[in-house]
Write a protein that binds this ligand. Structure first.
Ligand code: ADP
Length: 665
């Protein structure tokens, strides 16, 4: 049941957990990826901004250069002043490699080379560039302003080369065009001189042509890791240059910045929490499982109990009953729960007593640990005896929350006890009858004497009557004798009759003397037959004992008879039976001890253990019930029975009985 119920739910839980873990994982990866992308786009943005700034720098630089060039047009190109001014300009502006003054037919009138490098056109001259120059200048003339040529490669000495670009500026003198100022720019120097140095720090700045070939490069970096690149156009009159900015970031950079690191840390924390949560759930599930097991175990235990259980709160209301209790009283749990005084299983005739009992209990009186007896009523009105054990109900905090009671239906036990008592009684009666049977022969012998005497007196009487010498006084005397003998016979018969018929089983206070006196006539019958001398010894001031006198008399009679029989052997000289009663020693305080001492053959140690077993006997006509019954009777009275050897020979049986005075209080 439990398995089939927990199966699908466990599966669903596992599925939910997997889905949650997967979602969290996806979310976290997405977050890290986004953070990373954000970082990348930030780098890219910055690069683009820097590229735009570099373009702006270049444009500003070139414009400023144009303004500086303006001063040159006021000098005579052939004068020294022009040369000096041009040289000064070249010294200031490293990116300019040569300034030429050309007349309107494009012939070079004067020129100055940069002092920083070898004249660029010295090696090969301006081969092939003439066309470009005239093209540039014609475009400048058309626009009436500065125009730039497309870039070109100029071979230098030593196999080196330089990418150059020309600027042609038409010079106007008195409103007429008088020539051109031609400036050659070195592209690499444009980059290094005009662009703010921090823009190129750690980056590579280059001019490229349309297909991406690098024309001039500035700055060198470690080309490692991820490459970021951007292009910007530097649009000049007559030429458009492509400025490319490259940067590299070391790879792999898992946490490129604080944001990504933070997100990653948060993600890690989340995963951790998820794991802890999972573990917690697992532990809780296990605890729940254990609890369910414990509950099931408790329930199984309760259900299998035959003991009825009932819990009551401090107000006396029933808070719990187990199935055994319901079965016992034949009410359902619903009918019982919440009930207080006048519970449905209280017999109406005892309800008042029970109410009082409950009140005492609720007042905090602890009931006896060994339990007490009571009577309950089933739904159909039948009464049955129960044994109740009560204990305070203590909760986990150690506070009392009510009372827990356990009930045992003792009707069956009572029935068995009744049966065993009945069979005991039957056995007692049987034993008694056997004793009587035994005595019948003794009785006939005993009765013979008074009867013979009576017969004798009657015969004498008849003779006297025939001889008619009868005197009144003699008749009266004979009649008295006959009466005495008849009385004697009657007493003998009555003693047996009393013994056999007495069946009242009430316990009463009896003096030991009375017990001995009652059995003495019967005892004497046998004693005479077996030639045994019976002695009775009683301690002075013996208290009375509390007992069922019929039973105890039978015990004494049984023991005395056994003792006499043990002496009925040829070897036994001292045929003496001693019946004694005395105050018991300190082992049995408040009790009176009875002893039956014989000087017979004694008991063989081999049979000692079987002595009290019913039907154990060594006598041919014995029944073997005597000792076992004796012990049962004594134990029922709360006493003990044992035997020891008599010195020099024989056996002493002793038993104890409670004093009347103590029992009655
Ligand atoms: P029964 O007298 O019918 O045999 P009991 O139960 O009275 O049954 O005695 C059981 C046996 O115990 C006797 O058969 C006898 O052997 C032994 N016994 C009892 N009392 C004495 C005694 N005083 N001395 C020796 N043997 C005894």
């Amino acid at each position: 049941m439990a398995d089939s119920a927990s199966g699908p739910s466990a599966k669903r839980r596992r599925l939910l957990w997997s889905a949650l873990s997967l979602l969290v994982l996806i979310l976290l990866s997405l977050l890290v990826w986004l953070a990373n992308r954000f970082e990348v786009s930030r780098v890219q943005d910055r690069l683009e901004r820097d590229a735009a700034e570099a373009v702006a720098d270049l444009r500003a630089g070139l414009t400023r250069n144009l303004q500086n060039l303006q001063s040159l047009q006021f000098f005579d190109p052939n004068s020294l002043a022009w040369r000096e001014a041009a040289q000064e300009l070249l010294r200031q502006r490293r990116e300019m490699v040569r300034i030429e003054w050309r007349d309107s037919t494009s012939h070079v009138q004067a020129f100055v080379d940069s002092p920083y490098r070898a004249p660029v056109f010295e090696y090969l001259g301006r081969t092939g560039a003439g066309n470009d120059v005239s093209q540039t200048c014609s475009s400048a003339r058309r626009q009436n302003g500065a125009a730039y040529s497309s870039s070109y490669f100029s071979l230098q000495s030593g196999g080196l080369g330089l990418e150059l670009m020309d600027l042609c500026w038409p010079v106007l003198t008195a409103g007429r065009q008088s020539g051109y100022l031609l400036v050659s720019y070195s592209l690499p120097d444009l980059l290094s001189e005009l662009v703010e140095s921090q823009l190129s720090q750690g980056r590579e700045l280059s001019f490229t042509d349309g297909d991406g070939t690098r024309l001039a490069v500035h700055g060198s970096v470690l080309r490692a890791g991820r490459e970021f690149s951007t292009r910007s156009l530097l649009e000049l009159t007559g030429n458009t240059l492509v400025l490319r900015l490259d940067s590299w970031r070391r790879a792999p950079e898992l946490f490129p910045n604080v944001l990504t690191a933070l997100v990653a840390a948060l993600a890690l924390a989340l995963v951790m929490i998820l794991w802890l949560l999972g573990r917690d759930t697992r532990l809780r599930l296990r605890a729940e499982h254990d609890l369910a097991d414990a509950l099931a175990f408790r329930k199984a235990m309760e259900d299998s109990l035959v003991t009825g259980l009932r819990a009551r709160d401090l107000e006396g209301r029933i808070t719990y009953v187990n199935p055994a209790f319901c079965q016992m009283v034949d009410f359902t749990a619903e009918e019982l729960l919440g009930q207080s005084v006048d519970a449905p299983y209280w017999p109406p005739e005892f309800a008042e007593d029970y109410k009082k009992r409950q009140a005492t209990r609720l007042a905090g009186n602890v009931p006896p640990r060994e339990g007490f007896e009571s009577v309950f009523m089933r739904k159909d009105g039948t009464r049955f005896p129960v044994m109740i054990f009560e204990a305070p109900l203590i909760n986990a905090q150690g506070d009392q929350t009510g009372w827990m009671s356990a009930f045992l239906d003792i009707s069956e036990q009572r029935r068995v006890e009744e049966l065993s008592r009945a069979s005991q009684d039957r056995l007692q009666a049987t034993n008694r009858l056997a004793l009587v049977g035994e005595m019948a022969s003794l009785l006939s012998h005993e009765l013979n004497q008074p009867l013979a005497a009576i017969t004798g007196y009657v015969a004498g009487m008849r003779n006297l009557l025939q001889s008619s010498t009868l005197k009144e006084a003699e008749v009266a005397q004979v009649m008295q004798r006959v009466g005495e003998q008849a009385e004697r016979a009657g007493r003998v018969i009555k003693s047996v009759h009393d013994f056999v018929r007495r069946r009242d089983q009430t316990r009463e206070a009896v003096s030991p003397q009375a017990l001995f006196d009652a059995i003495l006539p019967l005892l004497n019958l046998q004693a005479r037959k077996l030639s045994v001398q019976v002695q009775i010894r009683l301690d002075p001031e013996l208290p009375e004992v509390f007992c069922d006198r019929t039973m105890v008399e039978q015990v004494l009679l049984n023991l005395a008879r056994n003792g006499m029989q043990a002496m009925d052997f040829a070897g036994v000289r001292n045929r003496r039976l001693l019946l004694q009663a005395r105050i018991a020693d300190s082992d049995h305080p408040g009790e009176v001890e009875f002893l039956v001492v014989d000087f017979g053959v004694g008991i063989d140690p081999a049979i000692e253990k079987q002595l009290f077993t019913p039907f154990f006997t060594t006598k041919p006509e014995g029944m073997g019930l005597g000792l076992s019954l004796c012990r049962t009777v004594i134990e029922q009275h709360g006493g003990t029975m044992q035997f020891v050897a008599t010195q020099p020979q024989g056996t002493t049986f002793k038993f104890t009985l409670p004093r009347a005075a103590i029992t009655e209080t």
